[in-house]
Ligand binder design. Structure first.
Ligand code: ZN
Length: 200
């Protein structure tokens, strides 16, 4: 009993620190398709907790059917194994469904720097004037009323701007870019094609 108490460290603070360390490891895992984006940037990380010493991670997949989801779970387990948790578990939470609105502002900047136009607002498919609603909203919980599916308004009002020269004069070349998650556009000003990360 004494030896268990010595090494067991079941003090809540120690557990919190361990949990925070595990969360940091998972948060830094990058998207297999867009390696500049971490899971934190994508907003797919729902929960990291300790269950009787086992790290349990809950993530919400991005686009349904995106092949990246399986890879992300593998990458999470590999990162945790490297950090000393070889038996971590990854749970998938499908509801509420992920939305591009969950992507962090830092993530949007990194996307643009990477040459991909970040997604416009996905919520309320109608009057998306984009007046800074994503800025101060720290809690992601009230997002459960996000409209799913392709937004017709995107083509009319939500055209991306060129990630290279910021020109709003762009044309869509294809509904699907390098993956189904992105549309292929071309800038009419600098003539460069680019991917648009579609709002979802
Ligand atoms: Zn351009």
């Amino acid at each position: 009993m004494d030896r268990a108490a010595d090494s067991g460290g079941s003090v809540p603070i120690a557990a919190d620190a361990t949990q925070a360390r595990a969360r940091a490891v998972v948060a830094a895992v990058t998207d297999p398709e867009i390696p500049v984006l971490t899971l934190d940037d994508l907003g797919v990380l729902r929960d990291v907790r300790l269950d009787a010493g086992t790290v349990v991670v809950t993530v919400t997949p991005t686009y349904t059917g995106c092949p990246a989801t399986g890879v992300i779970a593998q990458d999470i387990r590999a990162a945790l194994a490297d950090a000393g948790w070889p038996d971590a578990r990854v749970d998938i939470a499908l509801t509420p469904p992920w939305s591009t609105d969950w992507m962090s502002d830092a993530g949007r900047r990194k996307l643009r720097d990477y040459g991909i136009a970040p997604p416009g607002p996905a919520a309320d498919g109608g009057g998306t004037s984009g007046n800074g609603t994503s800025g101060g909203a720290a809690s992601v919980h009230p997002v459960h009323l996000v409209r799913r599916g392709p937004t017709a308004a995107t083509a009319a009002t939500g055209q991306p701007e060129c990630p290279r020269c910021s020109s709003p004069r762009v044309e869509r070349l294809a509904e699907h870019g390098s993956t189904a998650c992105k549309a292929l556009y071309r800038c009419l000003t600098c003539r460069e094609p680019f991917d648009y990360f579609k709002p979802y």
